[in-house]
Design a protein around this ligand. Structure first.
Ligand SMILES: *Cc1c(COP(=O)(O)O)cnc(C)c1O
Length: 356
């Protein structure tokens, strides 16, 4: 027997969520965003499950892109931050990768390296996020430079929304983009843009979190968006004990029992990727019911209050940390973070199993 924690990846749910993205995308094509090991779900697991249905894959990591090609992925692959060193460009050519160019320096480097094949280029514009991207007034010169180099097989304009999930929306960024008059294909929308702002469809959309069944919106659940959880982090109770009023639980004794209390110990901790800051009361599903965390999350264990369960449970009982029956977004909110971070933080020591 091994430690009972598992991350189950539901491929049917993944394909369902991709179909939801397809529905919202209209005629736009879909870059399935698989950076960060497919948001912790397993890059190849996700890519192979979507290989027959999606139009392309987008990520950050060159080794990941090469792994996709070596696994037989034929679709376009978009490198969301492009290359970091000019020395990577021959690999972009060898593996047929689409590069982002987000700065004048990157454009210079791109145009200085002759390659055996032309690469498709995504010119990233800063329309208000103020992280990466050319300012709109820099675009004509960079476009001209790229054209003159004859090293790009196509150019697409791209931008990223800062508040598609929030009150500022996207129109102010769409406005900034409209100042760039080049007649080129465009790619704008992340999950929030795709789900909430139909005007952002353009030619290619870039959904990430929604594919994994997470909601990009704080006030709208994934279920309300028609999305299904893909990752279920499941473990078991490995011990159950009764404590008396006044007794405390865990490091620092941050929970004190006020009544006779039954404590379950779940084999999951922050070394599995569970957020250490989850407070007393954060939900865990035990025997299908919500129980609250008591005491501090430790490296390998979490304690939960089983007192109000209708039946006695013992070691071996299933505990769902998030996923089926308990949205990751809810656990994340209790811990002051986002579903994105929970998924991406899944630790390498947790075995991943595919279902569906
Ligand atoms: C991560 C990322 C996305 C996907 O964002 P979600 O909010 O997960 O849908 C889209 N575009 C870019 C440039 C990204 O970095």
């Amino acid at each position: 027997m091994s430690r009972p924690i598992r991350a189950r990846i539901d491929l049917a749910a993944l394909r369902h969520n991709h179909a939801v993205a397809r529905h919202h995308a209209g005629d736009a094509r879909i870059w399935s965003v698989v950076k960060a090991d497919a948001y912790g779900h397993g890059l190849l697991i996700v890519a192979l499950a979507l290989a027959d249905t999606t139009d392309g894959f987008a990520l950050i990591e060159l080794d990941g892109a090469i792994a996709l090609r070596e696994a037989g992925i034929r679709q376009p692959i978009l490198m969301l931050e492009g290359f970091y060193e000019a020395e990577e460009l021959p690999a972009f050519a060898e593996y047929g990768l689409t590069t982002v160019i987000h700065s004048r320096a990157q454009a210079e480097a791109f145009c200085a390296v002759p390659l055996p094949v032309r690469l498709p280029v995504y010119l990233k514009l800063n329309t208000g996020m103020n992280r990466l991207g050319l300012n709109p007034d820099e675009v004509p010169a960079v476009l001209e430079q790229i054209r003159r180099s004859r090293l790009a097989s196509s150019v697409t304009l791209m931008t990223h929304f800062a508040d598609a999930d929030g009150p500022r929306g996207v129109d102010w960024q769409m406005q900034a983009l409209s100042g760039v008059t080049a007649a080129l294909p465009q790619s704008l929308a992340n999950s929030a843009g795709l789900l909430r702002h139909g005007q952002t469809q353009a030619d290619w959309v870039r959904p990430g979190i929604m594919l994994y069944g997470g909601s990009p919106f704080p006030e709208t659940s994934a279920e309300e968006l028609g999305l299904r959880p893909v990752m279920t982090l499941a473990s078991e109770l490995i011990a159950v004990r009764d404590i008396l009023p006044g007794q405390r639980v865990g490091y620092g004794g941050t929970f004190t029992a006020e009544r006779p209390t039954t404590i379950g110990v779940v084999a999951c901790g922050y070394a599995d990727g569970y957020p250490r800051h989850a407070p007393n009361g954060a939900p865990v599903l035990v025997a299908g019911r919500r129980c609250g965390i008591v005491g501090r999350v430790s490296m390998d264990k979490i304690c939960v209050d089983l007192t109000d369960l209708p039946q006695k449970v013992g070691a071996g009982e299933t505990a769902i940390l998030w996923g089926e029956g308990l949205p990751a977004d809810e656990v994340a909110a209790a811990a002051g973070t986002l579903g994105y971070e929970l998924f991406c933080a899944l630790a390498a020591r947790v075995p991943v199993v595919e279902v569906g």
